[in-house]
Design a protein around this ligand. Structure first.
Ligand code: AMP
Length: 217
């Protein structure tokens, strides 16, 4: 079975750098140089091609069939909704949390402003907790929002917590845990056995992580 017809969309940044060892463990070639600005590599007999895009765009490429598979954080999948792609595996990379953070460690007691790129996750969290807030949409550099006076609270990704501490921010609570997962175009998943073979090769050795009944088989 050759993989020359298969493409995987991969989210830039931590997902891309942390996926590399797993990709190599799966015995797929990884032709991207670490200092290269190249944003794709071609498929070959021995491994799928890759398209490197912003995490927010991975599911769009997969839903439209431009990529057969995608590697994206569950934070971005939950934010976008899963209705037009299949989640086919969990990967042991890019673990992080989506948190509410601010300059004080307690929830605000009245209406407040919160900056986030996760407008849906934030709205859902506010509703579930009967909190009143206006969401200020911001695409990145969220930790700046309290410093520059845009909003005293943020909903953002945290891994080690270093970035929050550097900006004198503290976590108030975790809204969700996130990690990288593999998604598939539903039609390609059913029609192309190579797509399923790539999933199987990528999760080899990840026993226990992919037993959840909700994942497509
Ligand atoms: P840290 O300082 O380790 O808490 O990392 C915080 C910053 O790194 C966040 O503001 C994010 O921009 C980025 N980050 C951390 N983990 C991830 C991840 N799994 N996926 C994407 N970005 C991440």
């Amino acid at each position: 079975m050759g993989f020359d017809d298969i493409r995987v969309a991969i989210g830039k940044g931590r997902i891309l750098s942390q996926l590399k060892p797993r990709w190599i463990d799966a015995e797929f070639p990884w032709p991207l140089e670490s200092d290269s600005a190249k944003l794709w590599f071609a498929a070959s007999q021995s491994g799928p091609g890759a398209i490197i895009v912003r995490g927010q765009d991975v599911a769009t490429l997969v839903a439209r069939g431009v990529a057969d598979l995608g590697v994206v954080g569950t934070d971005l999948l939950v934010e976008r909704g899963l209705n037009d792609v299949l989640q086919v595996a969990d990967l042991d990379v890019a673990a992080c949390r989506v948190v509410l953070a601010g300059t004080r460690s307690t929830r605000p007691d009245g209406p407040f402003l919160v900056a986030s790129k996760y407008q849906n996750i934030t709205r859902d969290f506010l509703n579930r907790n009967h909190l009143q807030a206006d969401i200020v949409p911001m695409g990145g550099s969220l930790e700046l929002a309290p410093v520059i006076g845009l909003a005293p609270y943020i909903v953002d990704i945290v891994d080690t917590g270093v970035t929050l501490r550097q900006h004198h921010l503290v976590e108030i609570e975790t809204i969700m845990h996130s990690h990288a997962c593999l998604i598939a175009n539903p039609a390609h998943w059913r029609a192309k056995p190579e797509v399923v073979a790539i999933r199987d090769q990528l999760i080899r050795g990840l026993d226990g992580m992919n037993q959840a009944g909700g994942l497509a088989r």
